[in-house]
Design a protein around this ligand. Structure first.
Ligand SMILES: Nc1ncnc2c1ncn2[C@@H]1O[C@H](COP(=O)(O)OP(=O)(O)OP(=O)(O)O)[C@@H](O)[C@H]1O
Length: 356
């Protein structure tokens, strides 16, 4: 497996890009550690597939370099890079059996037959197709075919990295969960370098140790699931991760106080910010409390989602979401308080580090 370094990568699909908007990928510098499990997470069109294709060698970046274990591979083909890939839709040989499909990448490499049989049996078990090993792939469902694709991606142990591009899209929800956990186990057992593209936060947060969040061609944060939750570096990360996402309120700073209309929120610290920046306070619905103390508010909607409720309330003309445990009472004349541990401040969408 390999350490993968991205150095000052940029990519535009246009021959003569003129402005930043012409770039599908703005400057990216990042190292994927050898043996790490990473997710590239972001909305449609943010550049995830472009970045993955640059790693695999399907796309040559307009600018910058890509290194595997310190060696420049920017001009090398996918095959020369020795990468396994699993795409959104099945890529298999219809006329071969399930087992032959899995064995194919190993036979190509001329592995001993007993080792091939052992690896194929292991993967068949993992994808739950042992009893269909000798069936022609053509006769399987789309879901089963995609499992073969996944298996083919995992069957070789000598690759530099395994890249997944939304591989579970066609898999049914129950199996999705199962395959995701198996991928994670496999990662723990064999220490593959894995990069997994998805726009689904649950998929990213359960699969990866490190999540790379992308937005409009840029990496906006790289972190563990808990870092992304507690300290979103950009307001986009706050919105995109969490259900519902972080509340973001326009405020004015006054020392250790943030002013929102006539309401004041005490901050966990202070900071000097230059004139002209747009300042926002971010707080996740989990860190707001509805009770008898705090700022006057008005409830607009309550959604009951099992063990907790999502309460929508209005504060100084802005809508906020509050998570309330199922059995907690909401007073008739509720007030809203902010848990300081959950307060983040932003200038022009980027997080500020407060001085305690
Ligand atoms: N082959 C191409 N030619 C021209 N533009 C492209 C090409 N591939 C992608 N783009 C553009 O580059 C931008 C990033 O696309 P990319 O497919 O990398 O995003 P993504 O995050 O993977 O989105 P999705 O989840 O929808 O695949 C988009 O604006 C897209 O329209």
């Amino acid at each position: 497996m390999a350490r993968i370094e991205l150095q000052q990568l940029q990519h535009s699909y246009l021959a003569r890009p003129k402005s930043a908007a012409d770039y599908a990928l703005k400057e990216v510098n990042h190292t994927f550690d050898d043996g790490g499990a990473y997710a590239l997470l972001g909305p449609s069109g943010c550049g995830k597939t472009t970045l993955l294709s640059i790693i695999s060698g399907l796309v040559t970046p307009s600018e910058g370099k890509i290194l595997f274990n310190g060696e420049d591979v920017t001009e090398r083909s996918t095959e020369q890079r020795n990468i396994a890939q699993v795409f959104q839709f099945p890529v298999i040989y219809d006329t071969m059996t399930v087992a032959q499909n899995l064995a194919f990448p190993l036979r190509n490499r001329r592995l001993p037959e007993d080792e091939i049989n052992r690896r194929v049996a292991e993967i068949l078990e993992m994808i739950g197709l042992t009893d269909r090993a000798d069936r022609r792939a053509r006769r399987l469902t789309a879901d089963q075919k995609q499992k073969i694709s996944l298996g083919r991606g995992l069957v070789r142990s000598d690759v530099n990295a395994i890249l997944f591009d939304e591989p579970l899209t066609v898999i049914d929800p129950h199996m999705k969960w199962q395959l995701r956990s198996q991928l994670k186990q496999l990662h723990r057992r064999f220490g593959y370098t894995m990069v997994y593209v998805t726009h689904d936060q649950t998929e990213a947060l359960t699969f990866a140790d490190t999540v790379v969040v992308m937005y409009e061609g840029q990496i906006v944060q790289i972190g563990t699931p808990s870092q992304l939750f507690e300290k979103p570096r950009h307001t986009f990360v706050g919105y995109f991760i969490g259900s519902p996402g972080m509340n973001v309120l326009p405020v004015e700073l006054d020392g250790r106080t943030a002013r929102l209309g006539g309401s004041a929120v005490e901050l966990p610290g202070s900071i000097e910010v230059g004139q002209g920046s747009t300042i926002e306070l971010g707080i996740r619905p989990e860190y707001l409390r509805l009770g008898r103390e705090g700022l006057p508010t008005r409830i607009t909607k309550i959604e009951d989602i099992g063990r907790r409720k999502i309460v929508h309330a209005e504060l100084e003309g802005h809508e906020v979401a509050v998570i309330v445990p199922e059995h907690e009472e909401i007073p008739a004349d509720p007030r809203l308080s902010f848990d300081q541990r959950g307060i983040n401040l932003y200038a022009d969408s980027w997080r500020l580090e407060l001085e305690p």
